[in-house]
Design a protein around this ligand. Sequence first.
Ligand SMILES: [Zn+2]
Length: 151
Amino acid sequence: MAISNACPMCGVEVPRGALACPQCGEKMRQGGPRSGVGPHFEPPHSGPGIASFIAALLGWAALVATFAFTAYVLQGPGGQPPPDQQMTIGAAAIAGVGLLVAGATLGLVGVLLPRRKKVYAILGLVFSLLPLLGCGGFIAVIAIAAANAHR
Ligand SMILES: [Zn+2]
């Protein structure tokens, strides 16, 4: 039976997950002796997953800053930002979308990697894909509305 452990002190069968032997009180090592694949094996965080999470956060920050700056500029008297500010806004938006695309790609890699914690990879993937899908949906809605308006 691979489900239970034998106590290293007294040899009695100890249920997996028990912190100590119920017979002699010997502390039990979780997951058995360095098997590395038991149910209590703690896999390392995946590098791509964490990178994905960071890229997603940076992408969000860049896009939020871009929107905030755009809103601030549009409140000005001209209503139209000067060319150098338009360049900054465009570059920041492209950088934000690029970071989100990178985050989604890295998140996908992190999710697909075996024996790694997938928390950050999944978070990075979701955080990256949501705004991308949101932008895609927004553009689709505008395109559909424009197509209907031309009828
Ligand atoms: Zn024992």
